[in-house]
Design a protein around this ligand. Structure first.
Ligand code: FES
Ligand SMILES: [Fe+2]
Length: 393
């Protein structure tokens, strides 16, 4: 994303705001309600999306230096990620080769070796089995290859990707599909982890994804919160194969329109929210405070339950302020949670109840919900299902 592209985005956004428009073309799309309730579909989604698709796990700063680790079970497969002594990103199935216990409890930290809590087999950060407790009692297994099982992984322009099942290496173009320049522009390795929280909800995981893909609801549902800061009903949209980028304005953009005629001088990051969808389940929002990174998963093999993992990676320019003001730091996390949990997901849980009764039989996605249209068809494409048509009315 170079300067000319940022100015083009601001041009389109400003036109939409000035003319109260969304897009010049497009139509509506209808999706069956059973997409949110069908247990067979959910099993396919687990198999294809959450077992065999590279998942964007987070930003590089999850593993800030050599010999750091991050153990994460959110996908339903326990994954151990490390930055080894050479600084290289590696991922392993977090399953002991003795009898399959979790070797490393969930969390992050610095360690050179990992000892299984069950019988104390010990592995190196390179995944090799270093020692078998009381091997004279157990038996000599040194001739067997019993290191932690490697998972395909890649560090791509400040983002960490893992496929939860062993197999072919990860293909950068498949994952990023043209978003490389955007990622390089943001320089994500500089953004440290500021906080992380879990938000569980009684809704299908795709309803969770949908809640970040349109701002048609902004001035209606969020009148007491985001409405004061974000400009509703105006967004740009650009697809990158199964991924997408949309850009939204905050109220400061309106100030720029009045005060500063030359758009090249507008401070892009201070006046916008740049939102990415990384197929199949990640929403990433970049603004002046950094990145709000959301991974949304189905939970407990239920079409009606989901888990959102929210991580805030802080912009290095504002880090000192938040380091010095602990209350402001925790307020931002709490506020994010309150908007999502009490407003977006509260509505989504009601939608899920109706969906389970088959009412309405289908949902309708408008032209101004083009990102949602894209999510639904990207997921269908991944599962080799028929794509939903765009209907011109
Ligand atoms: S299961 Fe890990 S040492 Fe026994
Ligand atoms: Fe919302």
């Amino acid at each position: 994303m170079d300067e000319s592209e940022r100015v083009r985005i601001l041009d389109v956004l400003t036109d939409h705001i000035a003319n109260d428009t969304t897009a010049d073309a497009g139509g509506i799309m209808r999706a069956p309600i059973t997409d949110f309730t069908c247990p067979d579909l959910l099993e396919q989604e687990y198999e294809v999306f959450f077992r065999n698709t590279p998942l964007c796990m987070g930003l590089s700063s999850e593993l800030p230096e050599p010999n750091t680790y991050w153990s994460d079970n959110a996908s339903g497969v326990p994954i151990l990620m490390v930055r080894n002594g050479d600084g290289k990103f590696q991922a392993y199935a977090n399953a002991c080769r003795h009898r399959g216990s979790l070797v490393v409890p969930e969390g992050r930290g610095t360690k050179l070796r990992f000892t299984c809590p069950f019988h104390a087999w010990t592995y190196g950060i390179d995944g090799k089995l270093l020692s078998v407790n009381k091997s004279n009692h157990f038996g000599d297994v040194s001739s067997l290859d019993l290191g932690l099982i490697k998972l395909p992984c890649a560090e791509l322009h400040g983002t960490l990707w893992v496929r939860p099942t062993p197999g072919d290496p990860i293909d950068e173009n498949d994952c990023l599909a043209g978003l490389q320049r955007d990622l390089m522009h943001w320089n994500f390795p500089e953004y440290a982890v500021a906080g992380t929280q879990i938000i569980d909800a009684r809704m299908n995981w795709k309803i969770g994804v949908d809640s970040y893909g349109e701002i048609y609801h902004l001035n209606v549902l969020h009148t007491k919160t985001l409405d004061k800061e974000v400009v509703g009903n105006a967004q740009t949209f650009h697809s990158f194969e199964k991924n997408l980028r949309m850009v939204i304005a905050n109220e400061k953009l309106n100030l720029m329109r009045m005060l500063m005629p030359i758009r090249e001088k507008w401070p892009y990051k201070q006046i916008t929210y740049t939102v990415y969808f990384f197929y199949p389940n990640v929403i990433m929002m970049v603004d002046a405070f950094g990145v709000d990174f959301l991974r949304i998963f189905p939970l407990d093999h239920s079409p009606s339950k989901s888990r959102t993992m929210h991580t805030w990676y802080i912009d290095p320019k504002v880090r000192k302020y938040f380091d010095d003001h602990e209350a402001a730091h925790s307020d931002r996390m709490k506020r994010f949670r309150a908007v999502v949990e009490n407003e977006d997901y509260a509505i989504a849980e009601d939608m899920q109840v109706n969906a389970e009764r088959g009412t309405p039989p289908e949902i309708v996605l408008g032209r101004n919900e083009i990102a949602l249209q894209h999510f639904h068809n990207a997921h269908r494409l991944g599962l080799a299902r028929d794509l939903l048509p765009v209907e011109d009315l």
